[in-house]
Ligand binder design. Structure first.
Ligand SMILES: O=P(O)(O)OC[C@H]1O[C@H](OP(=O)(O)OP(=O)(O)O)[C@H](O)[C@@H]1O
Length: 161
């Protein structure tokens, strides 16, 4: 399957998180936020600021390790959130939906919102900002760095040497 890349800048991520916050305000107030680490941490901080929510819990789900491919493992439960009643779950992305399914099973009464959703994971969300094709790999700002790229003309000359 061909893979396309979509770069998300800090500015864009901030804008998308604020857009989501705006949509969440009428659904609140929320007792707290559960950030799905690690990708949900920065969106949760931005959204917590916008919706005026200071109680931030986290959950950490590992979906891949060398011995048990695909078996999700909760390595940090969201204890402060109980069954999720009154809580908002925030993640950056739902892709296959494996992480979201695990998180929702632990917090059945919480509201699940994320910035970006691929078709396979989309049904597991209550709200998202942007739908992204399944074969698109999102490059988040914390995963990337600006690099020098040679001018096109010089690139041709270099490959001819
Ligand atoms: O729908 P899924 O296929 O489960 O994928 C979505 C999950 O993948 C990413 O986290 P990742 O597992 O890469 O961990 P990280 O955020 O700690 O890098 C993302 O932050 C979601 O939590």
């Amino acid at each position: 399957m061909a893979v396309a890349y979509a770069t998300v800048t800090w500015d864009q991520l901030h804008r998308d998180a604020r857009l989501l916050a705006e949509q969440l305000i009428p659904l609140g107030p929320f007792r707290g936020i559960v950030a799905v680490t690690r990708g949900g941490l920065i969106p949760a901080a931005i959204i917590g600021r916008e919706i005026d929510c200071r109680l931030i819990e986290s959950i950490s789900v590992v979906t891949y390790d060398e011995e048990q491919i695909g078996k999700p493992k909760v390595i940090k439960p969201p204890t402060a959130a109980g069954d999720g009643e009154g809580f908002l779950i925030i993640d950056d992305l739902v892709d296959s939906g494996v992480t979201a399914r695990e998180v929702r099973a632990l917090l059945p009464k919480a509201y699940f919102a994320c910035l970006y959703a691929k078709p396979s994971g989309r049904p597991l969300t209550d709200r998202f900002v942007v739908e992204v094709p399944q074969d698109t790999w999102i490059l988040f700002p914390w995963d990337t760095a600006p690099l020098f790229v040679p001018p096109l003309a010089r690139k041709g000359a270099e490959s001819a040497q």
